[in-house]
Design a protein. Structure first.
Length: 448
C-alpha cells in the first residue's frame, strides 16, 4: 500500500463549556491569567450524561455515516485514551456495538495508553497495519477520546474534552512520511494517575513544562538527523509549512515553536536571518539546563519567532484554544483546526506534528498533504467536520455550574448502581449519552 495515512476525519466535543475569562474571575485569579497567561479562550467539559465512551460512539458513528463507509469495510480499530473507566475492558470493545449489528466482528486492535500519547500510538499501529503483510485490504479507524479534568487549583483551567475519529488507508490525502520521525521516551513523574479511585492526575506542572520542551528539542534533533541522512541537506523550519503541537494550553505551543527556532539558531541553520542571530546571540553560551530556565531567552525567542508562528502555527490553534486540553485528541484537534482554516490550500504542503504524553513518551513526525479524491479530499474533510458550526452551537455554563458538575463527577467516577438525568436537551441529534450504570457496573447508552 502506498501513501498510507488519514483518508477522513470527524471531531466531537461536548456542547457544554465555560469561558476562561469567567473562570478566572470565579477562581480569584488575576485578570488575564487564563486568557493571556495560558492563552486559552474556553474549556469544554462532559456533563453527567457524557463520557469518553459516549463521545467515541458518537464520533465513530458520525464518521461512518458522513463518509458513507459500510461498517463491514473496517478491519482494524485502535483507540487512544488515558481516561480509565475500566482497568480491563477496552473502550474499543464498547465501539464494537456499532460493527456487531452489521455482522462485522472481524476487527483487530485494542486501546493504547500513555497520557496524551495514546492516540499517536494507536495511529502508528493502524498505519503500520495497512503498510504490513497482515493488511486485508480494508480500512482502519483510529479513535482518540479523553475527558481532561483536574482537581481545583492552577491546573483546573487546562482541562477539556473531545473525541476524534480518523479513517486510515492507502492513497490518503494526508499521507505519512514514515521515514521522517524522531522520538524521545524516558521515565519521569511529571503527570501520572496513581490514584485509581480518582479521575484526577497527580501533576507537577513546572516539571511537565520542562519535560515537554526537552522532549521537543530531543525529538527535533533526531528528526533533523534522519532528514539530513535521507535528503543529504540540513533541515530547518523553512522545510515544513505548518507545525502542529500537542496543546495543553496555547502558551506552551507559543513557547514550543520559539524553542524550535532557537534549535535552528544553535545549529546555525541557513533559515535564521541576521535579526534573529543578533537577538539570540547572547544566549548561545547557555547550557541546556540554563536554556530551560532563562526567561530572557523565552521572551527573545518568542519575539523573534512571532511572524513565523503567525504563518505556520496560528492556523492550528483554534480548537485547542476553544475546547482546552483534549489529551490524546489534542494534537489531532489542532491538526483539524488547520484543515478547517486552510483545507484545499494544504495540497502539496508538509506538516510536522509533535505528540507528547507525560511519563513520558514523545514523537515528532511528518505528513505530506494532497487534495485527494472525493469523499476523501481535504476540502470535504473540512466540510464534514464543520468546526465553525459545532463551535457556534455550544452552550455556555457559568463557572458555578462547571464546579458543581466536577463535584458530581467525582462521586460518579468508579461508582455503580445509578441512573443519570438522561437530559440530552443540549446534545445535537445523533449524539450518544449515558443513561445508567447498573449494580454490576455495566454501562448503558442511548442515542439522541
Ligand atoms: N496576565 C497575564 N499573564 C499572567 C497573569 C496575568 N494576570 N498571571 C499569570 N500570568 C502568566 C504567567 O506569567 C505564566 O506565563 P509564562 O509561563 O509565560 O510566564 C502563566 O500565566 C501561567 O502562570 P504560572 O503562575 O506560571 O503557572 P500556574 O501556577 O498557573 O500553572 C500550569 C500553570 C503549570 C500550566 C498548570 O496549569 C498545570 O499544571 N497544568 C497541567 C499540566 C500541563 O498541562 N502540562 C503541560 C504538558 S503535560 C500535559 O499535556 C498534561
Amino acid at each position: 500500500a502506498k501513501n498510507v495515512g488519514i483518508l477522513a476525519m470527524e471531531i466531537y466535543f461536548p456542547p457544554t463549556f465555560v469561558q476562561q475569562e469567567a473562570l478566572e474571575a470565579h477562581d480569584g485569579a488575576s485578570k488575564g491569567k487564563y486568557t493571556i497567561g495560558l492563552g486559552q479562550d474556553c474549556l469544554a467539559f462532559c456533563t453527567e450524561v457524557e463520557d469518553v465512551i459516549s463521545m467515541s460512539l458518537t464520533v465513530v458513528t458520525s464518521l461512518l455515516e458522513k463518509y458513507q463507509i459500510d461498517p463491514k469495510q473496517i478491519g482494524r480499530l485502535d483507540v487512544g485514551s488515558e481516561t480509565v473507566i475500566d482497568k480491563s475492558k477496552s473502550i474499543k470493545t464498547f465501539l464494537m456495538q456499532i460493527f456487531e449489528k452489521c455482522g462485522n466482528t472481524d476487527i483487530e486492535g485494542v486501546d493504547s495508553t500513555n497520557a496524551c500519547y495514546g492516540g499517536t500510538a494507536a495511529l502508528f499501529n493502524c498505519v503500520n497495519w495497512v503498510e504490513s503483510s497482515s493488511w486485508d485490504g480494508r480500512y482502519g479507524i483510529v479513535v482518540c477520546t479523553d475527558s481532561a479534568v483536574y482537581a481545583e487549583g492552577p491546573a483546573r483551567p487546562t482541562g477539556g474534552a473531545a473525541a476524534i475519529a480518523m479513517l486510515i488507508g492507502p492513497d490518503a490525502p494526508i499521507a505519512f512520511e514514515s521515514k521522517l520521525r524522531g522520538s524521545h521516551m524516558s521515565h519521569v513523574y511529571d503527570f501520572y494517575k496513581p490514584n485509581l479511585a480518582s479521575e484526577y492526575p497527580v501533576v507537577d506542572g513546572k516539571l511537565s513544562q520542562t519535560c515537554y520542551l526537552f522532549a521537543l528539542d530531543t525529538c527535533y534533533k533526531y528528526f533533523c538527523h534522519k532528514y539530513e541522512k535521507l535528503e543529504g541537506k540540513q533541515f530547518s523550519l523553512s522545510d515544513a509549512d505548518y507545525f502542529v503541537f500537542h496543546s495543553p494550553y496555547n502558551k506552551l505551543v507559543q513557547k514550543s515553536f520559539a524553542r524550535l527556532l532557537f534549535n535552528d539558531f544553535m545549529r546555525n541553520a541557513s533559515s535564521i536571518d541576521d535579526i534573529a542571530k543578533e537577538k539570540l546571540g547572547p544566549f548561545s553560551s547557555l547550557t541546556g539546563d540554563e536554556s530551560y530556565q532563562s526567561r530572557d531567552l523565552e521572551k527573545a525567542s518568542q519575539q523573534v519567532s512571532k511572524p513565523l508562528y503567525d504563518a505556520k502555527v496560528q492556523p492550528t490553534t483554534l480548537i485547542p484554544k476553544q475546547v482546552g486540553n483534549m489529551y490524546t485528541a489534542s494534537l489531532y484537534a489542532a491538526f483539524a483546526s488547520l484543515l478547517h482554516n486552510k483545507n484545499s490550500g494544504l495540497a502539496g504542503k508538509r506538516v510536522l506534528l509533535f505528540s507528547y504524553g507525560s511519563g513520558l513518551t514523545a514523537t515528532l513526525f511528518s505528513l505530506r498533504l494532497h487534495e485527494g479524491q472525493h469523499p476523501f479530499s481535504l476540502s470535504n474533510i473540512a466540510t464534514v467536520m464543520d468546526v465553525a458550526g459545532k463551535l457556534k452551537s455550544r452552550h455556555e455554563f457559568p463557572p458555578e455550574k462547571f464546579v458543581e458538575t466536577m463535584k458530581l463527577m467525582e462521586h460518579r467516577y468508579g461508582a455503580n448502581d445509578f441512573v443519570t438525568s438522561k437530559d440530552c436537551s443540549l446534545l445535537s441529534p445523533g449524539t450518544y449519552y449515558l443513561t445508567e450504570v447498573d449494580s454490576k457496573y455495566r454501562r448503558f447508552y442511548a442515542k439522541k
